[in-house]
Structure formats: structure tokens, C-alpha cells
Design a protein around this ligand. Sequence first.
Ligand code: PLP
Length: 253
Amino acid sequence: MVRQTACQMEAGLVVEDATHDVRIQTIAGNVRQVLETIQQTTQRVGREAETVRLVAATKQMAAESVRRAYQAGIRFCGENRLQEAQTKMADLGDCPELAWHFIGRVQRRKIKSLVGRFVLIHSVESVEQAVEIDGRACEAGIIQSVLLEVNVGQEASKGGFSPADVLAALPVLDPMPHLQIQGLMMLPPWTPNPENARPYFRQLRKLAQDIKRMRLEHVRMNELSMGMTHDYPIAIEEGATIVRVGTGIFGPR
Ligand SMILES: *Cc1c(COP(=O)(O)O)cnc(C)c1O
């Protein structure tokens, strides 16, 4: 509905917002289509569809749009900014099965508020951040699940551990009692042809295999968060267990 004043509504003026309705229809249809693509892609490479979780990337999307996605079956939202996420969490408090992931850059002074609020923090990019998360989780009496972000393309513009640094950091992170490392996350260098992202996805998967061979006591390497609207089918072919799709569900931001 278009926002109208109380005076207009009392006077009986009702303005239908056709564009808004179209968008709402589209969200449900888009969710179905993405789930179908996940189903077909996993089938093609001999995986079960349930091995891939769809996280809706909800940055800049209104709570009402997220609600539509929830009604169409979305159960995980990925947010990039704490404040925006907190507002939406409050607005969507009546969606009991909705769980929130943090996929944005982690800022040290926000960590206290991230811990416990997000079931999974995808984007831990330094030992310092991990230490802070472990400490805050300790205070809160919880174990915080995280992924380590890896800058596979070694781009200056992106965050994340370099592949060498993540291997060096893991023995330090492994004993932290309130930090549960579940796997790795990445954003490949942008390329118009998503096929060009494939080697980067493959590299992340290989890195996870190398880490598994380190036989660390607590670290798990069951999750690979990779693939967005542009390239998630290719990421799934290369072993993604979490895909983060924004535009493909909500349309352009
Ligand atoms: C926005 C965002 C996405 C989703 O991007 P789309 O291209 O809209 O699917 C995925 N991951 C991260 C970290 C993001 O910030």
C-alpha cells in the first residue's frame, strides 16, 4: 500500500500501488525459481538438494519484502550491517523459524552485538576478530558459530585471510572454547562470465580439504559459503553448502 495520511483514508481514498504488488508476487516466484535451480543443479552433480542452504541476502530490503520471502520458504537471512539487521529482526519477530546470518565486514566494536544475535558469522577475517568473538561468547555463555572468510582472489578491495594466513591461523583458533569454526566463506573476483569464478570456488574447496587433513581437534570444515545470484549454480557444482542470493530473490537494489 502507498502511504496515505489518516485524513485521506478517512475520506475513503484508497490508492492501489500496482508496482508494489508486482514486486511481492515476484519475490515468491523468485524464491521458487532459486530453489528449483538448487534442486536441478544438485541433482546434476549427484548431491542431495538438502546439502545446500539458501541464505537470502537482505541488505537494503524492507522487512515486508523479507516477510514475503519467508512466506515463500526462506528460513535464513544474511545481513551486512548490524543496525539494519536489528531493525528487521524486531519487525520480523513473528517469523519464528527465521534465522539470521551475518555476511558483512566485521567491525571490532560491533562484535559484542553480533555474538549470539546471528547463528552464523560468515566473515571472520583475522585472529584479532576471532579472539574478540570468543571472549564475548564466553561472557554470554554461548558458543558462536563462524566461518573464516578467505580472499582467494587476493584482491586489495576485499577482506578475508589470504589462503596462507588462514592455514597459519587455524592452530591458534582451534583451541578457543567459545568459537566454533564451521567452514570457509568467499567472494570471488567479479567477472561478467560466472564460469570464470569456478577456479576460485574450486580453490576454496581444496583449501577446506587441506584444513581437514590438519586434523585439528575442534575445527569443522563442513560449510562452504560461496555463490551469489550471478554464479551460485557454479558454486554448487564446486561444493557450496551455503549460497547467498539477494538480487535473484528481491530484484535489483
Ligand atoms: C549482497 C551480498 C550477496 C548477494 O548478492 P547478489 O548478487 O544480490 O545475489 C552475497 N554475499 C554478500 C557478502 C553480499 O554482501
